[in-house]
Design a protein around this ligand. Structure first.
Ligand SMILES: NC(=O)c1ccc[n+]([C@@H]2O[C@H](COP(=O)([O-])OP(=O)(O)OC[C@H]3O[C@@H](n4cnc5c(N)ncnc54)[C@H](O)[C@@H]3O)[C@@H](O)[C@H]2O)c1
Length: 257
């Protein structure tokens, strides 16, 4: 499929992990993809991964906790590409803060809210005027199974932050639908990136992990490609009648526990 021919897509914090999978998927379908990340080595790896597939991705290295840097990066991107059709607000994570609510400090909350919510709000605020001017846009927010049903290994700060992203999705969808812009969230269960493998090994016993697997109807954990496929659909032109949705990408796990 070449659903993104002539489209420009921005995917945040996508030098590695889920975001990189999304970047490769959209580039593979013809999008002019730009990837942001604070880790220059990860961005070099993303460029190499794209090149291996005969693709190209544009990159920009900066820390997205800097709101001014986000605004500048959006303006540069728009000047370079002349358009921003797709925004995937991928940045987020539990930042290895404690699992238990009573062990979490104000700083744990502030850091997690900063990357999962504030960075996405600022990016969306900078990108939306360009989408409104074009009369077209697809925004996909990264929610989580955690934000819908709670988490077995990430704490309350992360759960609340993802819940906020899912709620924000509803309001952006309502406000900008009349401008040809859709906004949806994907809500993955555990996706086996190297980081998540490490976190599961640290916070769950082998017995617990086996039990969790039994609670997933499709009897496997998610892969980056599972999330990329869901995002590619929501980011495509053909998904124009789907907005304000939170799409579970969790093998049915939410039905079972
Ligand atoms: N992996 C999962 O199991 C899973 C499940 C549900 C939802 N999610 C969500 O998917 C998204 C991606 O998750 P992941 O596991 O691939 O992430 P990750 O922790 O592997 O990070 C991906 C990239 O983000 C970059 N990054 C981190 N902080 C940054 C900052 N301040 N500025 C710029 N770049 C920064 C890192 O350098 C890294 O390359 C997150 O929003 C996460 O909450 C992940």
């Amino acid at each position: 499929m070449r659903r993104f021919e002539g489209r420009a897509a921005l995917i945040t914090a996508a030098g590695s992990g889920v975001g990189l999978g999304v970047a490769l998927r959209l580039a593979g379908e013809g999008a002019a993809v730009t990837v942001w990340d604070r880790d220059a080595d990860a961005l070099a790896g993303a460029e190499a991964a794209a090149a291996e597939r005969g693709l190209e991705v544009g990159t920009r290295a900066f820390d997205m906790t800097d709101g001014g840097a986000i605004a500048r990066a959006v303006e540069t991107l728009h000047a370079e590409r002349g358009r921003i059709d797709v925004l995937v607000n991928n940045i987020g994570g539990s930042l290895h803060t404690p699992f238990r609510f009573l062990d979490q400090s104000d700083e744990d909350w502030e850091r997690v809210m900063a990357v999962n919510v504030a960075a996405c709000v600022r990016t969306t605020r900078a990108v939306l005027p360009h989408m409104v001017a074009a009369g077209y846009g697809r925004i996909v927010n990264m929610g989580s199974k955690a934000g819908r049903y709670g988490s077995l290994f990430a704490g309350a700060n992360y759960v609340a932050a993802k819940g906020a992203m899912q709620a924000l999705t509803l309001q952006i969808a309502q406000e900008f639908g009349p401008h040809g812009i859709t906004c949806n969230a994907v809500c993955p269960g555990a996706i086996l990136t190297p980081r998540v493998r490490g976190l599961l090994a640290e916070r769950q016993t082998p017995e617990t992990r086996a039990g969790v697997l039994q609670s997933i109807p499709v009897r496997r954990h998610g892969e980056v490609e599972d999330v990329a496929a869901a995002i590619a659909y929501l980011a495509s032109e053909e998904a124009g009648f789907v907005t304000g949705a939170s799409l579970d990408v969790n093998g049915g796990q939410s039905m079972a526990i």
